[in-house]
Design a binder for this molecule. Structure first.
Ligand code: AOF
Ligand code: ZN
Length: 358
């Protein structure tokens, strides 16, 4: 199962709206088939592993990181494919949250006389599939917030200089993290100040993450890296009701997808923004700031994972804070996180925090 989970994580960032599942088929102590969900979400992991195993699947055990599907989609159900292959036993980490499956995959297997076990390494599987579970159960993707700051929590000087606070190794680690998410998201201020391309570079990914800019008024320069590459790799722009129609047309002409969202005060409503992204199929979103977007997500307790990169320099109070105003008065109202990892990366420190259940 540990191997199945590892294989499943290979597809993270590339299988949305589907989960990224791993499957290992073992016969008489030997691995005879391995598979994981392919880019775009199909074929499913079991199809890949069964094709490798061929006749060796007969009498074997299949380890799957998620309950095999029971529905007739564009491909026949995996539960049926497992039955047809003659496997004797299926061990699944967790039940599928998709209403079309939700226990029915197990029921199909059992009805056909296949032994079914579940709950093996389920905690890890819950974490790996958290984005898919959030999309199917709450309608929103998992949000990882990443911020790279000075040790006093600033992301730029007062004049806006921000390149580079962290070193090359930390920036490379960020590219690897982008690759494991369906989308990379920034606020309009960051898009204007940094002119980022938000692509994954030098890692040979099969599919680039969607690039999302959150801009209430859509006041984004049409001469920019994002605009230039919008036809090649997806760019989605989330905007509010009063956005300028000429700008909307211009961006659409460049190939961008426009996503209207509700507003809350002077900003887009963070909850509605994520519902729109979940509705569009995203399961894992990597937010790279800036301070206003980070604050609005945190204030609504919508950040599931926080990844901080801390650099060994001080910028001072005139600098731009990593997290903007959250309108918080009482400590009891602060979103809480549990430390899950600390690591030195080059000259910088990485700390990873997971949303705590209150
Ligand atoms: C599996 N193995 O590798 C994956 C599964 O649109 P479809 O037909 O591809 O079905 C998508 C659903 O299948 C998805 O919502 C989830 O319930 C399940 N994903 N199931 O047996 C896999 N990726
Ligand atoms: Zn399936």
């Amino acid at each position: 199962m540990a191997l199945a989970l590892t294989l499943g994580r290979r597809g993270q960032g590339m299988t949305w709206p589907n989960p990224s599942v791993g499957c290992v088929i073992v016969r008489e102590g030997r691995v005879v088939g391995r598979g994981w969900t392919q880019p775009g979400g199909r074929p499913h992991a079991e199809t890949e592993a069964l094709a490798q195993a061929g006749a060796a699947a007969r009498g074997a055990t299949a380890y799957v990181s998620l309950e095999p599907c029971a529905h007739q989609g564009k491909t026949p159900p995996c539960a049926q494919a497992l039955i047809d292959s003659g496997v004797a036993r299926v061990v699944a980490a967790v039940e599928d949250s998709d209403a079309r499956v939700a226990g029915q995959g197990f029921a199909m297997l059992r009805a056909a006389g296949v032994t079914v076990e579940t709950g093996v390494l389920d905690q890890q599987a819950m974490r790996d599939h958290a984005g898919f579970f959030l999309r199917t159960e709450q309608g929103r993707p998992l949000v990882t917030l990443k911020l790279a700051s000075s040790f006093d929590g600033r992301i730029a000087t007062a004049t806006g200089q921000s390149k580079w606070i962290t070193g090359p190794q930390a920036r490379r680690a960020v590219h690897a993290m982008r690759a494991r998410h369906d989308a990379v998201m920034v606020g309009a201020g960051t898009a204007r100040a940094d002119d980022p391309s938000l692509t994954v570079r030098d890692l040979g990914v099969a599919q680039q993450p969607v690039r999302i800019v959150v801009s209430r008024h859509l006041d984004l320069p049409l001469m920019s890296q994002l605009a230039r590459s919008a036809a090649e790799h997806p760019v989605w722009l989330c905007h509010g009701p009063g956005a300028d129609s000429e700008r909307m047309q211009a961006w659409e002409g460049l190939g961008a997808k426009l996503i209207p969202c509700a507003v809350d005060g002077s900003q887009l409503d963070a909850g509605d923004l994520l519902q729109q992204l979940g509705g569009a199929g995203l399961t894992r979103v990597f937010c790279e700031g800036g301070s206003a977007l980070a604050a609005s997500l945190l204030a609504e307790d919508l950040v599931d994972e926080f990844v901080g990169f801390g650099a060994g320099l001080a910028i001072g109070a005139e600098g731009l804070p990593a997290i903007g105003a959250m309108g918080l008065d009482r400590l009891e109202d602060a979103p809480l996180f549990t430390l899950s990892e600390t690591r030195q990366i080059g000259a910088d420190i990485l700390h990873r925090w997971t949303r705590a259940l209150k």
